[in-house]
Ligand binder design. Structure first.
Ligand code: ADP
Ligand code: DAR
Length: 343
């Protein structure tokens, strides 16, 4: 493998931190799953518009390729190799009365965590047999859930295009893997081993074998963020008694993309801010202040529609789950105040 020739305008953290020295030190290394540097960086090499550009093939990647992952993690999360992650999944510690009880602004709330099975490679390095085993193990655990979490699993293999497209349009199902995931090796054998579990109300869902092996999701209409978080915590605690999660004291919950490490949590609202949308400088001043990320309403790499935005916490590692949701909540309160002032 030769040192990749990045274009001058490449802005990814991969371009910034894969120096010739780091490349020489890592180019012949591989993890016990045979995962190589070339595989770890392929997404950022093929997609020079990446923000990050690297994916881990297993938990070991974060150690074997630490000279590349550590500075990327430090810059993205403000988290050094001496830091250790702390978790807090207690909804009582969240100060979040519904910020929009009249339903004037918030259309819906969704909080998700990524999880991967312990002692299994991550998506970029997993074999088809292993991925099918993950699907079987996870689904076996999900089918034991009771009460509000009881539901059914729907494999993507054999799902009609109409059902699939309807679930995606209604924001329940993941899109077919994008070019970033494709170049990371996360779409191999698609759609085998992938699927979605959900309860009847579609307020509790689990994606199986998309970017991570589990995406555990709680969502509902309106702005009762605390109720959504409480349902998610109950689900996480129920599932982890059946499926062992990959975790480290340093990095928290292990995920394929380093941006999701730690809590692996993204807490979001779909919120109508038509007036703020006319003044993106003011809008982004608030989202920067509260460590928020702005996405379009069909997920990552999509656009807003009709002044509705997906607003979520940007920080995931080095803060607890309660702090991640509090980040989003406090920012949403500030955005609503600013929107009201512009009326
Ligand atoms: P992730 O949150 O898993 O990183 P995306 O950002 O791609 O993934 O979003 C996945 C899906 O979840 C998309 O269809 C998106 O529209 C939907 N979604 C995200 N946040 C909300 C929300 N607050 N309300 C309704 N749907 C949401
Ligand atoms: N394409 C990757 C995405 C990074 C964060 N989003 C994830 N993991 N879905 C990039 O480097 O831009």
């Amino acid at each position: 493998m030769n040192y990749p020739q990045f274009p001058k305008d490449c802005k990814s953290l991969l371009c910034k931190y894969l120096t010739p020295e780091v490349f020489e030190a890592l180019k012949d290394k591989r993890t016990s799953n045979g995962f190589t540097l070339e595989q770890a960086i392929n997404s950022g090499v093929q997609n020079i518009d990446s923000g990050i550009g690297v994916y881990a093939g297993d938990k070991e990647s974060y150690t074997v390729f630490a000279p590349l992952f550590d500075p990327i993690i430090e810059e993205y999360h403000g988290f050094t190799k001496e830091d250790s992650h702390k978790s807090n999944l207690n909804p009582d510690d969240l100060n979040a009365p519904n910020p929009d009880p009249e339903g004037e602004f918030i259309l819906s709330t969704r909080i998700r965590v990524g999880r991967n099975m312990d002692n299994m490679p991550l998506g970029p390095a997993i074999t088809k047999r292993q991925r099918d085993e993950v699907e079987a193990r996870v689904v076996q655990g999900l089918k034991m859930l009771e009460g509000e979490l009881a539901g059914n699993y729907y494999p993507l293999l054999g799902m009609s295009k109409e059902v699939q497209e309807s679930l995606i349009k209604d924001h329940f199902l993941f899109k077919e893997g994008d070019r970033f995931l494709d170049a990371a090796g996360l779409n191999r054998d698609w759609p085998a081993g992938r699927g979605i579990y959900h309860n009847n109300d579609k307020t509790f869902l689990v994606w199986v074998n998309e970017e991570d092996q589990l995406r555990i999701i709680s969502m509902q209409q309106g702005g009762d963020i605390k109720e959504v978080f409480t349902r998610l915590v109950n689900a996480i605690k129920s599932i982890e008694t059946k499926v062992p999660f990959s975790y480290s004291y340093h990095l928290g919950y292990i995920t394929s993309c380093p941006t999701n490490l730690g809590t692996a949590m993204r807490a979001s609202v779909h919120i109508a801010l038509p007036n703020l949308a006319k003044d993106m400088d003011a809008f982004e001043a608030i989202t920067d202040k509260y460590h928020l990320q702005i996405r379009g309403i069909h997920g990552e790499h999509s656009e807003s529609e009709g002044g509705v935005y997906d607003i979520s916490n940007r920080r995931r590692l080095g803060i607890t789950e309660v702090e991640a949701v509090q980040d989003m909540y406090d920012g949403v309160v500030a955005l609503i105040e600013a929107e009201k002032a512009l009326r």
